[in-house]
Design a protein around this ligand. Structure first.
Ligand code: ADP
Ligand code: F6P
Length: 324
């Protein structure tokens, strides 16, 4: 049953992602356009529980489009995962007159959004994560910036690997997903990619490929290892011992989450944020905005959370074909 909303809140939750500011800006300005009042909720669900809630107007989101991170800050909050925490959060929303919330974050944040929706607070999720691991959406805000940052960093590591004729294991983020690793694999022309969705742990096969590559005259050997597999430093030690080729590990880490958002992230974030505010203005709740088959759509939160996403097998096969 659609419920009219007058005041909405917006929060960012989970890992930050470049482009979140563009999404916040779009939520705020669209809501104002629709005649709604907007409140910013600081530090995700933690800030909701501690009532860090500020009024926002059109100028609150001026001059933020090009900035990485999130002006609302973000957090992970255990207390909110309990039924008591969720009841308290819904009560705080009622106290502040907030009858709808846009939650910009990943799957975990959407689970929380679903709980708030069940307690009568209209909620809409917007996919914001560098990991690209939200099953209902082909795009997540932050992925493009992160993957470009990683690509540029890997290019630099490649230069020095070539000069020293070394093998390099470069670890990229992605939690349990291998999308950043797959894309960098293509974009950096890596010799190997280790994806959580595919890696069978056969290190001897990896070592054999490195030896084979060296015999074929390759000066460097770039292996992109996804965070979900990890252990890059110990893997480098074992590879060096087995091959006799100097091997170094580089863990790119949080640099992938920061920086100026790319054009793509700004545009997707703007459209997704605006769609989320429009859904609230229409009285909708318990939806996630997504990009699917070339269009911006929305799904029921529980349906979205039950969907599965995998590395496309044809893309993985093409990667392997291109390095041989
Ligand atoms: P992401 O949203 O990027 O996947 P997390 O998984 O850390 O990040 O989730 C962000 C926050 O969402 C958590 O700190 C918690 O407050 C909330 N959350 C996660 N899972 C649940 C859940 N099952 N029920 C309620 N809230 C949840
Ligand atoms: O979800 C984004 C992400 O950067 C993952 O790639 C990574 O596993 C995780 O967040 C790291 O989270 P934290 O900031 O809590 O260390």
């Amino acid at each position: 049953m659609a419920k009219a909303v007058k005041t909405i809140g917006v929060l960012t939750s989970g890992g930050d992602a470049p482009g979140m500011n563009a999404a916040i800006r779009a939520v705020v300005r669209t809501a104002i356009h629709e005649g709604l009042k907007v409140k910013g909720i600081m530090r995700g669900y933690a800030g909701l529980l501690s009532e860090e809630i500020v009024d926002m107007d059109s100028t609150s989101v001026s001059d933020i489009m090009h900035r990485g991170g999130t002006i609302l800050y973000t957090a992970r909050c255990m207390e909110f995962t309990t039924p008591e925490g969720q009841e308290q959060a819904a009560e705080i929303c009622r106290k502040h007159g907030i009858d709808g919330i846009v939650v910009i974050g990943g799957d975990g944040s959407f689970r929380g959004a679903g709980k708030l929706a069940a307690l009568g607070i209209n909620t809409i999720g917007v996919p914001g994560t560098i990991d690209l691991d939200i099953a209902c959406s082909e795009y997540t805000i932050g992925f493009d910036t992160a993957v470009n940052t990683a690509m540029e960093a890997i290019d630099k590591v490649r230069d020095t690997s070539t000069s020293h004729e070394r093998c390099s294991i470069i670890e990229v983020m992605g939690r349990n997903a291998g999308f950043i690793a797959l894309w960098c694999g293509f974009a950096n022309g890596a010799e190997d990619i280790l994806l959580p969705e595919r890696y069978d742990g056969n290190e001897q096969a990896l070592i054999n490929r490195i030896i084979d590559n060296r015999k074929r005259g390759k000066k460097h050997n770039i292996i992109i290892n996804a965070e979900g597999i990890g252990h890059s430093t110990s893997m480098a030690r074992r590879i060096e011992a087995a091959t006799g080729i100097e091997t170094r590990a580089t863990i790119l880490g949080y640099m992938q989450r920061g920086g100026t958002p790319t054009c793509k992230d700004r545009v997707y974030a703007s459209i997704m944020g605006a769609k989320a505010a429009l859904l609230l203005a229409e009285g909708k709740s318990n939806r996630v905005v997504a990009y699917k088959n070339g269009a911006y759509v929305d799904f029921d939160i529980q349906e979205a959370l039950s969907m599965k996403k995998d590395i496309p097998e044809d893309q993985y096969e093409i990667f392997k074909m291109l390095v041989r």
